[in-house]
Design a protein around this ligand. Structure first.
Ligand SMILES: C=CC1=C(C)c2cc3[nH]c(cc4nc(cc5[nH]c(cc1n2)c(C)c5CCC(=O)O)C(CCC(=O)O)=C4C)c(C)c3C=C
Ligand SMILES: [Fe+2]
Ligand SMILES: [Fe+2]
Length: 336
């Protein structure tokens, strides 16, 4: 029996940083995708339909049909390091660790699937981190993404007897470092294209329109990121027209508009011949950018009469993107 003050020694003062993204299947196969979608689409933050009505649709229809279709999409973008979203998030953690040095221990985890938040939080604690900054890599806040990470974090903490102190990274949709990074990285990529785009389409992930009416700030934060970025680009690329749209519609409800696929067709039909598409709501390339935008988006635009199409990379591990992450994380850690 230990005496009351005879607790195991803690390595006092070690800081941890846990980068978090959405999560992705373990393999580009229908069974792995089904497992992933079952967890993702059972989250009441993502599908806000009462479980009694939603479960029969999810299990009776969606999980019988969507996994094969989605697995095909994942198979087209899968890499030797696995799913792009996981590979890039892991790389972001490695580069951030190099940038932070001894100032903090950096790890990464996923809201759905692997590696899980609970496992990685415990790993940081076991490595001596008594204070952990949890950083959901979503520039814009939404209940379906940011708040859902907090739900899962709460579940993980609930199961821990000896918890680390927690801080969370606020949304950074209008943070100067974020707009700086997007401005620099997108101008660099546009300059490297083999054509001069007439239009830059900023495509954000969509959400049901109802979430906006219910007070979710996601739509307004996307619009503000787009406005701030467009203002910067107007000085550097005055001939470029910047438009905003929302992609990845899911289900039958009305989603935020205009829809990316419809805008691509409308632009081509209205005479736009050269377009570049960027996805400033995603911190890492994933199936939604690499398949939906870069493959299907291209087909839509060219079939409607467009001539040149490019999808620009997300910030990923670009110099500008990593500089931004370092600034955001250091700003939070300095409060400790
Ligand atoms: C960037 C923010 C995201 C928001 C907001 C978001 C909302 C949201 N998503 C779905 C349904 C699906 N999303 C899927 C993939 C996916 N979604 C995001 C990000 C946001 N989602 C990312 C980064 C990814 C890519 C994951 C990867 O493995 O690469 C999918 C799976 C793919 C597919 O089958 O199409 C679904 C389904 C809803 C319903 C929703 C808001 C309510
Ligand atoms: Fe999504
Ligand atoms: Fe999609």
């Amino acid at each position: 029996m230990r005496k009351p003050d005879d607790h195991p020694p803690a390595m006092v003062g070690r800081l941890g940083v846990l980068l978090v993204n959405l999560g992705t299947p373990d393999a580009p196969t229908p069974s792995a995708v089904r497992r992933y979608l079952a967890e993702f689409l059972s989250d009441p933050r993502v599908v806000e339909i009462p479980a009694i009505a939603w479960k029969p649709i999810l299990h009776g229809i969606i999980l019988r049909t969507r996994p094969a279709k989605s697995a095909h999409a994942y198979a087209q973008v899968w890499t030797e390091e696995g799913s792009p979203l996981a590979a890039i998030t892991a790389q972001q953690a490695r580069v951030l660790q190099q940038r932070l040095g001894d100032a903090a221990l950096v790890d990464w985890g996923m809201r759905y699937g692997n590696p899980g938040l609970a496992e990685r939080l415990q790993r940081l604690k076991d490595a001596g981190c008594d204070r952990v900054l949890v950083a959901p890599l979503y520039p814009q806040y939404s209940g379906a993404t940011t708040a859902s990470v907090m739900d899962k974090l709460g579940d993980a903490l609930k199961a821990m007897r000896w918890q680390p102190a927690i801080r969370t990274l606020p949304p950074y949709y209008d943070h100067r470092a974020h707009i700086d990074a997007l401005e620099q990285d997108l101008t660099r990529q546009i300059a490297a294209l083999d054509f001069v785009p007439q239009v830059l389409l900023l495509s954000f992930h969509g959400m049901p329109e109802r979430t906006l009416q219910l007070g979710d700030p996601y739509h307004c934060q996307c619009r503000k990121t787009a406005r701030l970025l467009a203002e910067r680009l107007a000085t550097r690329l005055p001939d470029l027209r910047v438009e905003t749209s929302f992609q990845s519609r899911f289900g039958r409800a009305k989603w935020l508009e205009p829809a990316t696929d419809a805008v691509l067709v409308k632009e081509a039909r209205a005479g736009t011949r050269r377009i570049a598409v960027a996805a400033p709501g995603f911190s890492a390339d994933c199936v939604e950018t690499l398949e939906e935008l870069a493959l299907r988006g291209r087909d839509d635009f060219l079939a409607a009469g467009g001539e040149a199409f490019a999808t620009l990379d997300c910030l990923n591990t670009s110099r500008a993107g990593m500089e931004m992450l370092e600034i955001l994380v250091k700003q939070e850690l300095s409060g400790w």
